[in-house]
Design a protein around this ligand. Sequence first.
Ligand code: NAD
Length: 340
Amino acid sequence: MTKTYKIAVLKGDGIGPEVTEATVKVLQAIQVKSDFKLNFLYGEAGYHCIAQYGTNLPKETLELIKQTSACLKGPMTTPEEPGAPVSVAVTLRKIFNLYANVRPCRSFPSVEALKPNIDLVVVRENTEGLYSGAESLLAPGVGIALRIITKEASLKIAEFAFKLASQRRKHLTYVHKGNILRITDGIFKDAVKEVSQKYPDVTVDDLHIDAATMQLIKKPEAYDVIVTTNLFGDILSDEAAQVTGSLGLAAGANIGETYGMFEPVHGSAPKYTGQNRVNPIATIMAGSMMLDYLGEKEAAAKIENAVINVLNEGKVRTADLGGSATTSEMANAIAAQVNP
Ligand code: NAD
């Protein structure tokens, strides 16, 4: 019997609808020769919902997501005013306990990267740290933010990262600022060391966050799996994405025990809204990661190979890659190659 996966699709704001539609096109193409079907359920979420619903994640959308196996999420504009709804990604990570944020960064053929042989994954703890959103004003002009680090969450993310490293090049680097944040990063460091005992074949080293930002530019090819706390991981993965050529290529997965949410690393790039100009590859690669998460590894690999082929051929290139192809031309070129 043909398997059917229900997929929640949140198109998001700004360039979100364009890159999400491009990805759905590629996912529809992959189904043609696969033994599974994807049933896309569209939900409204994002900044554009606030005026109408008073929230960026309406109740109906949350109910829709709960019926699905995974979520493909377009980028969304985050309100920045104090008291405004927090980011949809942060809310979904909390509700579904999507504790692992996985952001692969690799050099693609024919894309100018800082080094040609980068292939690393940043694994970021996704539920606590400075993203706990626990901020308050102590007095006028004096604010505090809580950086919550627990042993439980640190052990979980360390386990996830070691498992991944053991399936890759067996090298794990943990990144922290333990010389200054002795208590919180002390807990994180101890958790990594504890889990490392179970993975004797994985080589482990560590870096302070400031050194890590420098090393990613100097020697990005030297890293395999990097595991770190929430904010450090956010910054490092954007940096790693740029080092590999363009933010338009970087995808991210948010994975928990029972649910996965997949999105591009980039944001809603409002200035390019509706121009059919941005690169959809980051979201298309998020779609590939989603299939991999669902266990459809062959289909996931086919999408990745199609992306690599299109980049290799060099005929279809969006502006961020020095070309003039549109978002839909890039999507069509990839969709045409997924079933070679
Ligand atoms: P951004 O990632 O939206 O854009 C920064 C720049 O990166 C763009 O101006 C563009 O030059 C380039 N870029 C981004 N995506 C691209 C693509 N697909 N192809 C080619 N070039 C691309 O970052 P920002 O301007 O800081 O943020 C805009 C909004 O997005 C903010 O409200 C921010 O909070 C939000 N945001 C959302 C998410 C998310 O939904 N997960 C992630 C990051 C930022």
